[in-house]
Design a protein around this ligand. Structure first.
Ligand code: HMG
Ligand code: MG
Length: 302
């Protein structure tokens, strides 16, 4: 049967905001993170220490994290942040942060567009980054993007995804998050990819699933992941999000949609739905447009 308990890994402040054109003030971002933590989300990925020219929205990463550390102390130091390379890691270490995530591509084209690297040389960038983070006692997550399809290359072979994922695990990443960056996955494909990792010897508790809801398949895909035994799911409050270097990577799976779905299945998650909805409603006001989440809209209208 499905797991009794699931971990929701909130990516709203990072994946949700990274694509927003209008700059969101750092104080609004800090309040967004505080509200998400108060709603019971166990993990809130806060920002990215990437090149500010590549993702201008997150150029305030250091300021955001020092604001949060001043306010919340160790709770803030434990919030994960993205770091693509050693320069990003240096910036996280300077603030004594404890959880970082590297992000790889399963395809050649997206490695070039998102990281300015090849499929092979992205790993040369991650190897010293992960090694130094582990030496510093940090926890490291590894994302793989374009696991189910790529806007330039089309379908992505399962073994190509497994090859990149297992190399990240070999570098020492603790958890691997498999990203459907452009939202094209369907449940049979999810089942097949998880089975391919299992066949490669990767334990289920090392895997997380990261769905974008572009084609409205995200919850069906979660259902397939649950049936396969995966217990960590990434989601973004209000369904904010996308990726600046992936055409049509709109809309992460909304945290509220995931919470409603898990509650219906009797699966524990520890998140206060009303508090997340109120947060997304508040954030929608800041951004000047309504949340795309069906559950947010239904609960606010009702
Ligand atoms: P590059 O231009 O090849 O960088 O970019 P470089 O290593 O050649 O360095 C060039 C200059 O940038 C140097 O400065 C570095 O110091 C500086 P200079 O010496 O010329 O003055 N630099 C930095 N500055 C600040 N922070 C840094 C940093 N790194 C270098 N970390 C790089 C390579 C990886 C940096 C760039 O391509 C980049 O920042 N990419 C990030 C793109 C991104 O953030 N994408 C979105 C996140 S991924 C995602 O959303 C997918 C996910 O949600 C899962 C899914 O849905 O699939 C995770
Ligand atoms: Mg994403």
């Amino acid at each position: 049967g499905p797991p009794e308990r699931v971990t929701i890994y909130e990516v709203g402040p990072r994946d949700g905001l990274q694509n927003e054109k209008a700059l969101v003030p750092v104080e609004v971002k800090a309040e967004f993170v505080r509200r998400l933590l108060a709603a019971g989300l166990p993990v809130v990925e806060a920002t990215s220490f990437v090149h500010p020219k590549w993702v201008p929205q997150l150029a305030d990463a250091a300021e955001l994290m020092s604001t949060l550390v001043a306010d919340l102390g160790d709770l803030a130091r434990n919030l994960p942040v993205l770091v693509p390379n050693e320069r990003g890691l240096d910036r996280a270490v300077a603030l004594d942060l404890r959880h970082v995530a590297v992000f790889a591509s399963a395809t050649e084209t997206f490695a070039a567009r998102n990281l300015n690297r090849t499929l092979e040389t992205q790993l040369d960038m991650f190897a010293p980054t992960v090694a130094r983070a582990l030496e510093a006692g940090m926890d490291v997550r590894g994302y793989v993007s374009m696991c189910f399809g790529d806007p330039w290359e089309g379908p992505v072979p399962l073994q190509q995804v497994v090859a990149v994922g297992t190399r990240l695990l070999d570098l020492g990443v603790g958890q691997l998050s498999l990203g459907d960056t452009i939202g094209v996955a369907t449940p049979g494909h999810v089942q097949a990819l998880v089975a391919a990792f299992t066949a490669a010897g990767v334990p289920l508790d090392r895997l997380a699933l990261h769905f974008h809801d572009t084609y409205g398949q995200a919850l069906a895909n979660v259902h397939a992941g649950l049936a396969a035994g995966v217990t960590t799911y990434d989601a973004s409050a209000g369904g904010l999000g996308g990726c600046p270097y992936a055409r049509s990577a709109t809309g992460n799976l909304a945290t509220e949609d995931l919470v409603w779905f898990l509650t219906g299945l009797g699966i524990e998650h520890g998140v206060d739905l009303d508090a997340v909805v109120a947060t997304s409603d508040w954030m929608a006001e800041q951004l000047g447009r309504p949340s795309p989440s069906a559950v947010v809209r239904a609960l606010l209208d009702g």
